[in-house]
Ligand binder design. Sequence first.
Ligand SMILES: Cc1cc2nc3c(=O)[nH]c(=O)nc-3n(C[C@H](O)[C@H](O)[C@H](O)COP(=O)(O)OP(=O)(O)OC[C@H]3O[C@@H](n4cnc5c(N)ncnc54)[C@H](O)[C@@H]3O)c2cc1C
Length: 240
Amino acid sequence: MKYFARELDHIERWGYLRRDLFRNEEPRIKLVGMTAPTEEMVAQGISTETLPAYTARQSHESEGTREDDLRLNKKLISWGHHTCLEAVQFVYYVTGISKSLAGQWTRHRIGIGWTFRSTRYVKANKNMFIYPALEYIDSEDQVKAVYQAYDREHRHAMDVYDELQKLGVRNQELRRLMPVGWSTAAYVYVNARSLRHFFGLRLEKSAEWEIRRMAYLMYNDAMDIAPTLFEDLMHEEARK
Ligand SMILES: Cc1cc2nc3c(=O)[nH]c(=O)nc-3n(C[C@H](O)[C@H](O)[C@H](O)COP(=O)(O)OP(=O)(O)OC[C@H]3O[C@@H](n4cnc5c(N)ncnc54)[C@H](O)[C@@H]3O)c2cc1C
């Protein structure tokens, strides 16, 4: 983890206490696809990262090397010429996130879409839970006590779930018993422009910890692929 490592470490400070909790799940993101130029374009030196600048050259009918395009990406971003960032689309598979996070994430409407695991069609018997980070509590004993309370409530929710399922209640009603910490998984389809907007809002310390934790993970991945499209979003303090 190269970027926002300190922030992520702080959120994860009690992660070791969660390992043995009932059906605990931690977040994971996996890039499963992204826009790639055609073979003809690759032969000309165009890559996923340089597609925005390459296509933006249309406006002046200019030409440039790969290095020129990487520089142009940064200029386009600083000028607010952002439509060309829609040239690049990412597909991530995200697991170990809560329904609470999903509620916040799906408020983002432009240039982004999802396929979430259904709670109507998929049996929830093996479903997991996302425990809170509690990074703002300094006492380990206190954190352990809070986690035990969550552990107890999650077991209780699953017991009632099983009880009502045996009585013939369907998945679509059973899911109402589950807390918002219930885990879900999704494929997300997002273009680079929309991903930047998401980062701008959700890497901020004012963002809720769970969506911020996911934003840190996604940001590190995006920076590995196309740094010139995202590096200006790094906070001054995170660069140190
Ligand atoms: C720290 C934080 C706290 C929040 N707290 C709350 C809260 O308490 N309650 C709550 O309900 N929500 C809350 N939100 C959600 C927030 O209000 C937005 O719904 C969410 O962040 C999505 O942002 P967006 O609309 O900019 O994104 P998108 O929907 O992806 O939109 C991207 C951009 O497109 C433009 N756009 C999109 N739709 C329109 C439109 N219809 N008309 C004109 N321009 C448009 C805007 O410029 C917008 O910024 C919070 C968000 C953050 C980051």
